[in-house]
Design a protein around this ligand. Structure first.
Ligand code: NSS
Length: 435
């Protein structure tokens, strides 16, 4: 039961309501007149039910209101549930009373609108069944990731968003005025999580991360939700296990709890099933380059893998897979070089299949003071800015590893979206910050 005695629309169908009186509340999804009757499909967060209005069943004075009902009018209806095979879901509500909360002028979305227009009226487009389905899938993914981490004993912590230093390189930093100083919006909580492992051991956080990406692509936002973990005593392989188990668990939960939404979106769920089974395949960067050359790519050892290269690699796998041991010079300063092969790092990306590509980036961290200092200098960073970070290697250093997962990237793949913008209600990218 909802507040005020109403029931969720879904329950009209799932509970023993036939012949009984119920109250439902929501918004008019469609309204049409047939014969002397008015039919309204009423939508709430749980579903859509057909409500039938007949003048003779309603109190005096209600009929003029019924005739004024438009799409997106908000209302509460009390009525009797009856079976009718012509109604969606096989049941409908014959209205006995109507309370309108707000009529709606003609709704600007009628279907077939251009994407730019839909983005301009995002605040209204978010009522669509498509966006609702995606937001529910995102909810279930976030819940599952949390559940997994809490079950496995990881501490949730709250790193800052305003920061004094770059994690992932200066090129994509958003600068903000911080009183009379400069500060930056966080690109990653990693450095703070590294601090916290010295007291808590295994930590995670879910925060917005900001990247001033210059180009507009289908998989980059300038603000996204970043789930990051960091574990003391964890080596690279240990965190890869965390990554695959967590992702497999999230996919399982979505398949269990959000099948209806996946189907509504037209997602081929058989494509997700292989991801339930771990471990995920692993290839090295060297092997990735060989595979790409064999596919006709003009690429050399040392080049970074872009979206096209990643997409090509995903053709070889039906589940997420890791690419490991990237060349040191294309990765961040904090990654630990492989002691057996110092030109590559103990770092990895997890790529989602079906062309989606990177959803996770992680590594073992450099835990030696002198080597880290040298890397900071090589990258042209100011060691003064990283003094506190270097201290972690001075006061009882410990081997440790972690990763960051782009929540919208994961949603994009699981829900089968063409563009990352729909994986978040209010997308931001270069040139767009509305609403
Ligand atoms: O740059 S990452 O690859 N890695 C880090 O930020 C590490 N400091 C994380 C860590 O080890 N704690 O970003 C991690 C993930 C990446 O795999 C994507 O899934 C996602 O963050 N990501 C993005 N999602 C959406 N939009 C943009 N621009 C974006 N950039 C990264």
């Amino acid at each position: 039961m909802l507040c005020g005695g109403a029931i969720e629309v879904r329950k009209v169908f799932t509970e023993d309501t036939v012949g009984k009186e119920v109250t439902v509340r929501g918004w008019v999804h469609r309204v049409f007149k047939v014969g002397g009757k008015v039919f309204a499909w009423v939508r709430d967060p749980t579903g859509v039910v057909q409500v039938v209005f007949e003048k003779s069943s309603l109190p005096e004075g209600t009929w003029p209101q019924v005739k004024k009902l438009t799409r997106e009018s908000s209302l509460e209806v009390r009525g009797v549930v009856r079976e009718d095979p012509r109604a969606p879901g096989g049941r409908e509500v014959l209205a006995k009373t109507l309370k309108v909360y707000g009529f709606s002028p003609p709704f600007p979305i009628r279907g077939k609108e251009e994407i730019e227009f839909l983005l301009d009226i995002r605040h209204l487009w978010l009522r669509s069944r498509r966006m609702t389905a995606i937001m529910k899938i995102k909810h279930t993914i976030l819940k599952a990731l949390r559940e997994w981490l809490l079950r496995e004993g990881w501490w949730e912590v709250t790193p800052p968003i305003l920061t004094g230093s770059a994690v992932e390189g200066g090129a994509t930093l958003f600068e903000v005025k911080y009183f009379d100083k400069k500060a930056y919006l966080s690109q990653s909580a990693q450095l703070y999580l590294e601090v916290l492992i010295y007291s808590l051991g295994k930590v995670w956080s879910l925060t917005p991360s900001f990247r001033a990406e210059k180009s507009r692509t289908r998989r980059h936002l300038s603000e996204y939700w970043h789930l990051e973990i960091e574990g003391a005593w964890y080596d690279m392989e240990d965190t890869m296990k965390v990554a695959e188990e967590m992702v497999a668990y999230a996919v399982r939960k979505v398949l269990e709890e959000r099948r209806e939404e996946l189907e509504f979106l037209g997602r081929d769920v058989s494509k997700l099933e292989p991801a339930l089974e771990t471990p995920y395949p692993k290839i090295t960067y060297d092997e990735a380059i060989e595979r790409l050359k064999a596919k006709g790519f003009n690429i050399e050892w040392g080049d970074d893998l872009g979206a096209d290269e990643e997409r090509a690699l995903t053709q070889d796998f039906e589940k997420p897979f890791f690419v490991t041991h990237f060349p040191k010079h294309i990765k961040a300063f904090y990654m630990k070089p492989d002691p057996k092969r110092p030109e590559v790092v103990l770092g990895y990306d997890l790529l989602a299949p079906e062309g989606y590509g990177e959803i996770i980036g992680g590594s073992q961290r450099e835990d030696d003071y002198d080597k880290l200092l040298q890397r900071i200098k090589e990258e042209g960073l100011n060691p003064k800015d990283y003094e506190w970070y270097l201290d972690l290697r001075k006061y009882g250093t410990v081997p440790h590893s972690g990763f960051g997962l782009g929540v919208e990237r994961l949603v994009m793949w699981v829900a089968g979206l063409d563009h990352i913008r729909d994986a978040t209600p209010f997308p931001r990218w270069r040139g767009r910050i509305y609403p």
